[in-house]
Design a binder for this molecule. Structure first.
Ligand SMILES: Cc1cc2nc3c(=O)[nH]c(=O)nc-3n(C[C@H](O)[C@H](O)[C@H](O)COP(=O)(O)OP(=O)(O)OC[C@H]3O[C@@H](n4cnc5c(N)ncnc54)[C@H](O)[C@@H]3O)c2cc1C
Length: 639
């Protein structure tokens, strides 16, 4: 058993930043426990131009934390005070990254220019290129190592430990993924930075190595916000990458085949009156990348048609960049599409040549990962990309109901129905700043007795030992596939009450089977994945229950649409069932809260959104509160 002041679980951009900030504030006795420094989403993912969202700081364009907070919360179902903290800390967190060497571009005067991203009325977005989050991780890892912060790799968190009354975190139990040994850590504070629920879906653009760990937090009893709000979009699946922006704007052929790659068909054609109309829709999909209920009808129909082909018809969908069909006439395209291609000089004879002109590195990227776009087609699907919801934190990113637990990064659910692109990376850094500052100011003492801890840990170890004496029966790979396929069918962007109900029926049964199965006879690798399945399955129960609640009380919004018999028809050529349930807009004034109920099952309710605070900003008062430390006592979240 090891004793720490602060245990950081996870080494993505958020966890690493938290470790660095704790160390900078002289919090001693900290350690990062992680599956690995090369695991997680941040270091393994990217996109066309991976975005970081921060306060505007260029030229004469005015911006302020309040203005940014209003934009962060404009999509609804967001607490305004959390948005204000994210906005206020964004310049600090951003400059911290710059000071560590993350190559964000600036002009000759040192101004960090920005561009507009989705849901962004200003030009607050910036980027280092396709691999912003990887650049962040690399600089943060360098700093973690320079500071000599302890990093324990190949550790899988199995359980978060809480006191008997379930009011606070006290540590965690880990599996050593290489040796199969168990390790117990007592910690005054736990910063929980295990990322988004990547392992929940079969169709996913989260890196394959990333499963996430939110189920562990939910099992410990931490409440969550907005679990039903996620983001989905078209992505390649052999190498996982969003096919947004220029991948669409060069107008590739959308082709479907049977499972063996035969019986090729340009399946989009059946839905459009003319080829030009189809190409205009494909072009628009480029910059309206994620599926949005607000773009149905509109560019999101492309996601729906792809879903029908893959999920309902059981075919495979591909983008073909090698040739244009004979009937593509540039003169027939609408003004927007034509002007863009004309002004970019991209009139070349094939989508690939146009892509070479617009964005040559986009071709190189696939070549590097063994997919030469001049020789083969690119297989795609509508994939899960981000969870706007997650564990619920207060303005210091401390769990709203478990003290000393700080969920930060994507596992924290501070976002609402929509979010400006890049605000996920910002929120992770802000969470790291806030949690570490609060811990440094308030939580450096050891306040939980060793004896009480040992008693709780011993009880848990007894249960683990009991499981180890029961031989494992289930095949983790099959179980993972079952749970992922269930989620992609019922809990992705196309939802219906009947489907979710059926999925819930399945997931409860699967969870019972998984928890009854033993650990006996498993290799460390197989045990690691069996444990991942348990927490993923538990998380799936929560996600699906929240989705069911969302269907009942809200309807279609944000990244998902709900089908219902008496809904609005969305396309004349789609089957009868494709009618969408309209959104109850007033529900954007509420955040959905979900926690472990008395029987261990999810209990769901609503919190009225707190507005963006109006602050008086009187310096002397702020200075006094800061000097006396009152600033840390003022829990405005629960006034
Ligand atoms: C394709 C794609 C493109 C994206 N583009 C953008 C963008 O442009 N802008 C933006 O803001 N966001 C973007 N995002 C989202 C953003 O990248 C993530 O939200 C962010 O990187 C998550 O960082 P994190 O530190 O919270 O988690 P991660 O980077 O996922 O790290 C989680 C860490 O926890 C560890 N871990 C997990 N479970 C356990 C466990 N049980 N025990 C021990 N360790 C564990 C993992 O190994 C890892 O070290 C994108 C995401 C994807 C998939």
């Amino acid at each position: 058993m090891r004793k720490l002041n602060t245990l950081i679980i996870g080494s993505g951009a958020a966890g690493l930043a938290a470790a660095v900030r704790l160390h900078a504030q002289k919090v001693e006795n900290i350690a990062i426990y992680t599956e690995g420094l090369k695991m997680g989403t941040s270091i393994n993912t990217g996109s066309d131009k991976q975005t970081y969202y921060k306060l505007g700081m260029y030229g004469t364009e005015g911006d302020s934390p309040c203005m940014m907070a209003k934009d962060l919360s404009a999509g609804g179902s967001v607490h305004g005070d959390l948005a204000l903290v994210e906005a206020s800390l964004s310049p600090l967190a951003f400059h911290h990254l710059v000071s560590l060497g993350v190559p964000f571009p600036h002009d000759v005067y040192g101004q960090y220019a920005g561009y507009k991203t989705d849901h962004d009325p200003k030009r607050r977005a910036t980027s280092c290129g396709p691999y912003t989050s990887r650049d962040m991780c690399r600089s943060l890892i360098d700093d973690v190592l320079r500071r000599g912060i302890c990093v324990e790799e190949h550790r899988l968190c199995y359980k978060l430990l809480t006191d008997k009354e379930n009011t606070r975190a006290i540590g965690a139990i880990f599996l050593n993924m290489e040796t199969g040994d168990w390790e117990i850590v007592k910690a005054e504070n736990v910063i929980f930075a295990t990322g988004g629920p990547g392992g929940l879906y079969a169709a996913s653009v989260y890196p394959k190595v990333h499963t996430g760990g939110i189920g562990i937090g939910l099992e410990a009893g931490a409440k969550a916000y907005n679990l039903a709000e996620s983001q989905f979009g078209l992505a390649s699946i052999k190498f996982r990458w969003n096919v947004s922006g220029s991948y669409m704007q060069v107008l590739p052929r959308f082709v479907s085949t049977d499972q063996d790659g035969k019986d090729e068909r340009e399946f989009l054609r059946e839905y459009f009156a003319t080829p030009a109309e189809m190409y205009d829709a494909i072009f628009l999909k480029g910059y309206q990348w994620p599926f949005s209920a607000g773009h149905v009808p509109g560019s999101s129909l492309i996601d729906i048609f792809t879903y029908i082909e893959t999920v309902e018809r059981g075919r495979r969908v591909w983008l073909d960049y090698r040739s244009d069909p004979a009937d593509l006439e540039f003169s027939a395209l609408n003004d927007e599409t034509r002007t863009y291609l004309e002004r970019s000089g991209a009139w070349e004879a094939t989508p690939l040549k146009r892509l070479e002109l617009l964005n040559a590195p986009a071709i190189e990227l696939y070549r590097r990962y063994g997919i030469p776009l001049d020789k083969e087609m690119l297989e795609i699907a509508v994939c899960a990309q981000h969870n706007n919801g997650g564990l619920a934190g207060n303005i210091w990113w401390e769990s709203v109901n478990l003290k000393h637990l700080f969920p930060i990064g994507e596992v924290n659910g501070s976002h609402g129905v929509t979010r400006p692109g890049g605000s996920a990376l910002n929120a992770g850094q802000v969470g790291a700043f806030r949690s570490s500052e609060f811990i440094a100011a308030k939580y450096q003492e050891d306040t939980f007795s060793d004896e009480a801890f040992e008693e709780i840990a011993a009880e848990e170890m007894k249960q683990i030992q009991a499981m180890q004496s029961v031989p494992a029966q289930l095949d983790w790979k099959q179980e993972r596939l079952t749970l992922q396929q269930r989620m992609s069918k019922a809990g992705a962007f196309v939802r219906s009450f009947a489907n979710v109900e059926a999925a819930l029926n399945g997931v409860y049964k699967q969870y019972d089977a998984l928890t009854a199965d033993g650990f006996g006879g498993l290799t460390p690798k197989a045990l690691t994945d069996a444990l991942r399945n348990r927490q993923l399955c538990y998380a799936q129960i929560f996600y699906l229950e929240c989705i069911l609640m969302q269907i009942e009380y809200i309807g279609s919004r944000g990244g998902s649409m709900v089908l219902c018999d008496d809904g609005r028809a969305i396309h004349p050529l789609l089957a009868e069932k494709w009618k969408v349930q309209e959104e109850k807009k007033e529900m954007r004034e509420y955040v959905m809260v979900c926690g472990k109920g008395e029987n261990g099952k999810p209990s769901i309710g609503w919190e009225k959104c707190r507005p963006v605070p109006e602050c008086d900003g009187w310096f002397e008062n702020i200075w006094r509160e800061f000097r006396t430390g009152d600033v840390y006592n003022n829990d405005v979240t629960h006034e």
